[in-house]
Design a protein around this ligand. Structure first.
Ligand SMILES: NC(=O)c1ccc[n+]([C@@H]2O[C@H](COP(=O)([O-])OP(=O)(O)OC[C@H]3O[C@@H](n4cnc5c(N)ncnc54)[C@H](OP(=O)(O)O)[C@@H]3O)[C@@H](O)[C@H]2O)c1
Length: 357
């Protein structure tokens, strides 16, 4: 069952792409007459006016997949990128959504992948399951309030960081974790969640300029991959890690050699890889021809309300903070994507979509 939303403008401002040849950033255009989603809402849906979004590599990797051909099969175009959002509820679907959400409330969340109507736009439709109320000062109970930028960073990176570590350690047990890539969107959440929430001993890698950032976030040991041989340094530690979380996919031999530093029976979690070849090699090469000797788990984000809520709570308790590399005006979204694509962001990149009314 769905219901029409009254008084909703049929057109909105949105960054749109119809092709991705040469990179999505070279194909995006700012339209002021894009079709507004959510003119009718299902009972489990909310229409949200976006205030801020934060970018994730999926925002370009998914549209560009298979030279854009693969994504054409799953995303109708023109489409807008953007999964993470913080905004205000404009309308709720009939029935169950009304019980939890009211128009005007501030919310944050993460859209399902793939999405034609992404958060680089004035309005998004999100499911009730992937949307969380941003607690107001009246309900704070001594906790700090999150601002809209902070809330907009939680979706993909926060959930990925949590799920890629928590599944593999015992909270409070002092498990040793190695996070390859500690300074990006996922890594900055990962360090803090592993250290301050799960009570792990945290070793991370990053380049020289990010060593202090990773230490400040709580990393016990930081390996500067530009100064030393990362794999050799890890091998010298012996089999000590309960889990290896790879946000980078480099160096290629990290998985092949991980039995030297990952405890027997424990897992190597592949979160990200800039090279499909490295990814395929790790997945497919059998052990007897030099493949990895520990189980490889491929991380696939499980977008869910429980994790969105708990990460927001940890941020309000001061256990985890949003590390924001930079913020961009809506008109400068292409510059924000270019920064993300440089692979050098320290934490999250936020784009303001509209004033907080
Ligand atoms: N599987 C899933 O469900 C899932 C979900 C979310 C993200 N991902 C993937 O996870 C990866 C990370 O995402 P993200 O949002 O964190 O990306 P990001 O913010 O763009 O990551 C940028 C960071 O990567 C670091 N980096 C680059 N090369 C490195 C290397 N060789 N060693 C160590 N650090 C390196 C950079 O630090 P330096 O400048 O210091 O090198 C920079 O701080 C991406 O590939 C993304 O697609 C997968």
């Amino acid at each position: 069952m769905s219901e029409p939303v009254p008084d909703l403008p049929s057109k909105m401002k949105a960054w749109l792409y119809t092709r991705t040849t040469g990179g999505i950033e070279n194909n995006l255009h700012l339209s002021s007459c894009a079709r507004t989603p959510g003119t009718t809402l299902r009972r489990d849906q909310l229409l949200i006016r976006v205030i801020a979004t934060s970018l994730n590599p999926a925002d370009y990797k998914v549209p560009e997949a298979g030279h854009g051909l693969l994504s054409r099969l799953i995303i109708t175009r023109p489409a807008s990128p953007g999964l993470d959002f913080c905004g205000r509820v404009v309308a709720t679907g009939p029935g169950s959504a009304e019980a939890e959400f009211q128009p005007g409330q501030l919310v944050y969340g993460c859209l399902a992948i793939p999405s034609q109507f992404g958060a680089l736009a004035e309005y998004v439709v999100s499911s009730v399951e992937n949307t969380v109320l941003l607690p107001s000062s009246s309900s704070s109970g001594g906790l700090r309030n999150l601002d809209t930028n902070e809330a907009a960073t939680i979706g993909v990176a926060g959930q990925t960081a949590y799920q890629s570590i928590a599944t593999y350690v015992t909270p409070g047990f002092g498990d040793r974790v190695f996070i390859n890539g500690g300074s990006g969107g996922v890594g900055t959440f990962g360090i803090q969640i592993a250290k301050n929430v799960l009570g792990c001993h945290v070793t991370v890698s990053c380049s020289s300029r990010n060593v202090q950032l990773c230490k400040d976030l709580g990393a016990d040991e930081v390996i500067d991959y530009t100064a030393v041989d990362l794999v050799q340094t890890l091998k010298e530690k012996g089999q000590v890690f309960s889990v290896v979380v790879d946000n980078v996919g480099s160096p290629p031999e990290l998985y092949r050699e991980c039995h030297h530093f990952l405890l027997p029976g424990r897992k190597f979690v592949q979160v990200g890889s800039s090279s499909p070849l490295v990814f395929a090699d790790r997945l497919l090469r059998p052990r007897f021809v030099g493949g990895g000797r520990r189980q490889l788990d491929i991380m696939i984000l499980n977008n869910n309300k429980g994790d969105l809520v708990r990460i927001g709570e940890w941020m309000r308790e001061g256990k985890v903070k949003a590390v924001i590399d930079s913020t961009y005006e809506f008109e400068d979204a292409v510059k924000a994507l270019e920064k993300l694509k440089s692979g050098r962001a320290r934490g999250k990149i936020v784009v303001y979509v509209a004033e907080n009314p």
